[in-house]
Design a protein. Structure first.
Length: 201
């Protein structure tokens, strides 16, 4: 507010909670809000769905955990250089896969999986998502992909796929995810700590 600070009054609704995080990793708790928004709010995850999360970074791992908590059969997909990150994910009971997920996705009926969360930050990952999702499935893109895409997105139309972007979160999302903070904070902190210990953050 600068020089006008002394003239400004702030009013807070009594229903707004102010949480003080005791962890040194408090800034990383925001990852849980991003993941909550991407998976719980912006995706259509249902119990029993088969879901792939592409990209085993902090956001990707937490997205996989969120989908798993919703009852989905989740596979976290990474590359050979992601071995340490995938090891962290397996410590939380997540199924992981290195390389092309097409074989896993197409079993057992050959149609693909119900949904994909793209948390890679690589534009080309969208092509993988389009190839492995089943007709009338969904893709939620939470990772940035700055490069122009060099492939056709016609499968989006042909397969009647819903493509949803997910960016950050707003105050209602923050509050809703805060209801689970006591349960998730230690999980988020441990994920981030393990990734940092392995220098994979």
């Amino acid at each position: 507010m600068g020089g006008n600070m002394c003239y400004v009054r702030f009013f807070f609704s009594s229903r707004r909670r102010h949480t003080r995080f005791t962890s040194d990793w408090s800034s990383d708790v925001c990852s849980s809000d991003l993941s909550y928004n991407a998976v719980v709010v912006n995706s259509d995850v249902r119990a029993g769905d088969r879901v792939a999360v592409l990209g085993p970074g902090p956001i990707g791992i937490l997205c996989a955990i969120m989908a798993n908590l919703q009852g989905a059969e989740v596979t976290l997909v990474g590359l050979p250089q992601d071995t340490s990150r995938l090891e962290v994910a397996r410590q939380y009971g997540l199924h992981t896969l290195v390389g092309d997920p097409i074989e896993w996705a197409m079993s057992p009926d050959g149609l693909g999986i119900d949904g994909v969360v793209d948390a890679t930050g690589v534009s080309g990952a969208l092509e993988t998502a389009l190839n492995i999702v089943r007709p009338a499935g969904w893709i939620t893109k939470v990772g940035w992909g700055p490069e122009p895409i060099g492939f056709s997105i016609d499968p989006l139309v042909k397969k009647n796929i819903r493509l949803q972007g997910s960016f950050s979160h707003n105050w209602p999302i923050w509050e809703r995810s805060e209801e689970h903070t006591s349960e998730l904070q230690s999980l988020v902190n441990l994920v981030c700590r393990l990734l940092l210990e392995k220098k994979q953050y």
